[in-house]
Design a protein around this ligand. Structure first.
Ligand SMILES: Nc1ncnc2c1ncn2[C@@H]1O[C@H](COP(=O)(O)OP(=O)(O)OP(=O)(O)O)[C@@H](O)[C@H]1O
Length: 497
């Protein structure tokens, strides 16, 4: 510790936590703000083999924590605010085993791709859940992804050896503040739910009879306080809601004398709270409509896989994706488990009909008929998701993909793979780049389409160029141009891809 951090000794609670983690004991670490919780995973990350995953609710916090890592501990971040180059670089370092600490948002754990990379990647010695109060506090709509970390994902699916949940409490903070005040000759006592009831009523008595000047309290204090001459209410940090703030300030100046209310706040707390406190109201009618879709007796029997396309469901029910997710999480993790949530997938497909009219093809093929029935139309294209179709027809997702291929559906993503492979080969063999690739890509794409094509399937097309850097070497406009040209030749008319 002296070498890596320059500290001479441990602070209270640090050594116990570090020892526990090294022994593989999962635990909840509750220490006041600024007490030095980070050291408890930084030191263990150095000692333990493999990776320490730190789940953090805000990108700003992650960046801060990454900056505070000593140079001997290589760390990285995966966040939605990164460019695809940045995240693929982090993933590369991760896969090659160069990272000791990786900061991620809780939502990452819902991403099937991330889960599979981490599952196949380096050993996860420790998962740290920072700001662990986000698991249950504030509003139920706050970061349902955090709530889901309660489930077995961490220990069973990721095979993590140990989980360290960390949080700061107002409880210990009140003790610290009242000690500070007493040290500075202001008679004060702390009041929180961790203090025995007899001590608490003694504190209240002392305060009411003006024997102590200050009570440093959590929300546990004040509701029933009947003292008319409270001269000031000072909020050490932001209260959870405006209602609470008004209620608490209402303790001051009940005798009509001038009294003061102060609110201390810093930018960090403000941004943290702003992000923590948003909640979304939703009415019973909307929830009912939503539940009817999930538990539709006609189509969804026990054991069935029901899929929900986030964007369109959000529009249909006029509910935020977060809210839908909260409801589903409650259905899964409540007292009775009504559903089991599967990882989120990119399953949305778009069908473009070119040669055969949709109606004709659907007469011939049950799958196409179901796709037409269940899809949304956008500018003449049919947008659907594979699990919905699979569920309605009563087959698996893979069956749907296979049946589509039998229909001479050609996949654009497969085509892109072929094109990108051609580009890499071409660069190596001939040293050409960018638009010089067009001819070899053309060749490969035309080979791909040589079997004939009725419909064209674009699977998560716009996601591809962003994903994981696999395609980052490829000049997409050039690929698109080559593909479009080839398609136009193939079907003999202009197409939009
Ligand atoms: N054993 C130690 N000796 C001296 N300084 C320490 C020790 N442990 C931590 N610190 C310092 O204390 C400060 C606060 O540490 P840290 O950021 O880990 O607190 P925290 O408990 O995570 O706070 P928060 O709840 O705000 O996230 C840092 O500047 C850190 O360098």
């Amino acid at each position: 510790m002296k070498l890596t951090h320059g500290y001479d000794c441990f602070r209270e609670g640090q050594l116990e936590a570090i020892r526990g983690v090294l022994l593989g004991e999962s635990m909840m670490l509750v220490l006041p703000t600024g007490a030095g919780k980070s050291l408890c995973y930084q030191l263990t990350a150095l000692i333990l083999p493999g990776l320490t995953l730190v789940v953090s609710p805000l990108v700003a916090l992650m960046v801060d924590q990454l900056r505070q890592l000593p140079p001997t501990i290589p760390g990285g971040i995966l966040s939605s605010s990164q460019t695809s180059e940045e995240s693929s670089e982090t993933l590369r370092l991760l896969c090659e085993g160069h990272l000791k600490v990786l900061f991620v948002s809780p939502e990452r754990f819902l991403n099937a791709e991330f889960l599979s990379i981490v599952r196949d990647g380096p050993l996860i010695s420790l998962v740290v859940i920072d700001e662990a109060h986000c698991l249950s506090e504030w509003s139920h709509n706050f970061r349902p992804a955090y709530f889901r970390l309660k489930s077995s994902i961490l220990l069973t699916e990721l095979n993590a050896k140990c989980v360290l949940a960390m949080t700061a409490t107002a409880t210990s903070e009140t003790d610290q503040i009242s000690k500070y005040l007493c040290d500075n000759n202001i008679t004060a006592k702390s009041y929180h739910s961790g203090i025995p009831a007899s001590h608490r009523s003694r504190t209240q008595e002392l305060f009411c009879s003006n024997k102590i000047r200050v009570v440093v309290a959590t929300v546990a204090f004040g509701m029933g306080l009947d003292k008319s001459d409270v001269g000031a209410v000072i909020h050490y940090s932001l209260p959870e809601s405006i209602e609470e703030y008004i209620q608490e300030n209402g303790r001051a100046g009940r005798d009509g004398r001038l009294s003061h209310c102060h609110l201390l706040l810093d930018d960090n707390t403000y941004y943290k709270l702003r992000s923590l406190s948003y909640s979304d109201g939703v009415d019973e009618y909307t929830i009912n409509k939503f539940l009817c879709q999930i538990f539709n007796n006609d189509t969804n029997a026990l054991g069935d896989i029901c899929s929900l396309v986030k964007e369109s469901a959000s529009r249909k029910f006029d509910m935020k994706e977060e809210v839908m997710f909260t409801i589903l999480t409650q259905l899964e993790l409540g007292e009775t488990q009504y559903v089991r949530l599967l990882p989120q997938l990119n399953v949305t497909c778009t069908l473009h009909f070119h040669k055969t009219a949709p109606g004709l093809l659907s007469d011939k093929d049950m799958l196409v008929a179901m796709i037409l029935k269940k899809s949304e139309t956008k500018q003449g294209h049919y947008v659907f998701d594979i699990p919905t179709i699979a569920n309605c027809v009563g087959v698996t997702n893979i069956d749907v993909s296979n049946q589509l291929l039998k229909l001479k559906v050609r996949k654009l993503d497969a085509m892109f793979k072929i094109a990108s492979f051609a580009a890499t080969e071409c660069k190596r063999d001939n040293g050409c780049s960018d638009s010089l690739h067009t001819s070899c890509m053309n060749q490969n794409i035309s080979d791909y389409f040589s079997g004939g094509c009725d419909v064209l399937l674009a699977k998560s097309l716009n996601k591809m160029s962003k994903s994981r850097g696999r395609y980052t070497q490829i000049d997409f406009p050039v690929v698109m141009e080559a593909a479009t040209l080839e398609l136009m030749n193939f079907i003999g008319k202009s197409v939009q891809v």
